[in-house]
Design a protein around this ligand. Structure first.
Ligand SMILES: *Cc1c(COP(=O)(O)O)cnc(C)c1O
Length: 390
């Protein structure tokens, strides 16, 4: 793990822009609030249209503000190119569509993000594309599920509910032997804690709406990969479906991105402190966080990741009704979907693994970890958790 070396260069990258005095020395990158770009001669216009992957003609193609963000994100992922989209799902659907044709088969891990699973299993069905779901922790299951018409292997490591991992290097090796493209959702790790392209994945996608923007005020997504794949996506799914990111959003995201490495440094520490705190409680059966030595794939996490973010879950020997009461007692956690902002969030799920137990997902924000554990302790006391078991 070369965490320090890596985060140092990434930290520097996000605070230094690539622009120069062309922008009158403006310290932040300007927002190019324009739909089109004009030329002083037909010859110049024709030159630009001949190279419209790289030139500025119309904002549903290239916009300098969005391009600046794309450049930074590509560098953070170690990719040749990146393209930003209006949301994570716009990026996911575009990336999947770029890899399949009618009659193809997709292999997807069973813990992938719900809407991505629905897009593959339900929506793509009407185009004659079939998807099967496999246990991503078993390389053998992946190997045997590949069919002659499989064109895409869809991964998400760690997954964002149960935090299961896939061995990215091995998955890529198995897929590439069969001529299958590998796409991975890297949202949990952010480009700071894991770079799947270096491990053999072909395309990496992110929801920018989570840690990357980081302030619960913007939606976005991006795809990164080799120039050849990315240029094909630019001409097809990016330009034709048109789910692009606006310049205003790109500026907001760049502002959030500047503090991504420092936020994650703090949140990695808080997330682990809270995971360890929960693990010690007698009525908590299991804490799902890949950074804990008790995680069944902790060694793999250490091998392929350089750090951890702060979304985790736990299973408690307390009834779902009791845990819902607990969540309502928390003063520092708000109840809601999504994650990656400054504020802590909690979700209690009915999907209990066993009768009489509960499943809770926590997002640890930027609050002081001691305040968070004190808040949790007070809420456990309020529901009588210590009286029953402790
Ligand atoms: C939120 C999320 C997405 C989708 O991103 P949106 O920006 O909400 O469209 C995809 N994958 C994961 C893991 C997510 O958490």
């Amino acid at each position: 793990m070369k965490r320090d070396e890596q985060s140092k260069s990434k930290q520097t990258l996000v605070v230094h822009d690539g622009h120069d005095e062309r922008h009158h020395g403006a310290v932040t990158f300007p927002i190019y609030q324009n739909s089109l770009f004009t030329f002083s001669s037909v010859a110049e216009y024709e030159q630009a249209t001949a190279d419209h992957v790289n030139r500025h003609l119309y904002t549903r193609g290239n916009n300098p503000t969005v391009n600046e963000l794309e450049k930074k994100l590509a560098q953070l992922e170690g990719a040749e190119k990146a393209r930003c989209f209006a949301s994570g799902m716009a990026a996911i659907s575009a990336a999947i569509l770029s890899a399949v044709q009618s009659g193809d088969h997709i292999l997807c891990i069973d813990q992938a993000y719900g809407p991505a699973r629905s897009f593959m299993s339900t929506y793509l069905r009407k185009f004659g594309i079939e998807t099967t779901f496999v246990d991503g922790t078993s390389l053998e299951s992946i190997r045997t599920a590949i069919r002659p018409n499989t064109s895409l292997l869809y991964l998400e490591s760690p997954s964002s509910m149960f935090f299961q991992l896939q061995d990215i290097t091995e998955c890529a090796r198995i897929a590439h032997e069969a001529g299958v493209l590998v796409l991975i959702d890297n949202t949990w790790s952010t480009p700071i804690c894991q770079n799947p392209l270096q491990l053999g994945a072909d395309l990496v996608i992110h929801s920018i709406s989570k840690y990357i923007s980081g302030h619960s005020d913007a939606l976005g997504g991006f795809i990164a990969g080799r120039a050849e794949l990315m240029d094909r996506i630019f001409h097809n799914e990016f330009s034709l479906i048109g789910g692009i990111m606006t310049a205003q959003t790109a500026a907001l995201v760049m502002r959030g991105l500047r503090t991504l490495p420092v936020r994650l440094k703090q949140q990695q520490e808080s997330g682990l402190a809270i995971a360890r705190f929960l693990e010690r409680l007698p009525f908590i059966r299991r804490v799902n966080h890949p950074g804990l030595p008790s995680h069944p794939q902790h060694e793999l996490a250490r091998k392929q990741m350089s750090g951890y973010s702060s979304l985790l879950s736990f299973e408690a020997d307390l009834a779902p009704e009791q845990m819902k009461e607990w969540a309502s007692h928390l003063a520092l956690f708000r109840i809601g979907v999504s994650w990656g902002g400054y504020e802590s969030l909690v979700l209690v799920q009915a999907m209990a693994p066993k009768e009489g137990s509960s499943y809770v997902r926590l997002y640890i924000g930027l609050e002081e970890p001691d305040d968070i554990t004190a808040d949790m302790t007070a809420a456990f006391e309020a529901i009588g958790a210590y009286d029953d078991k402790g």
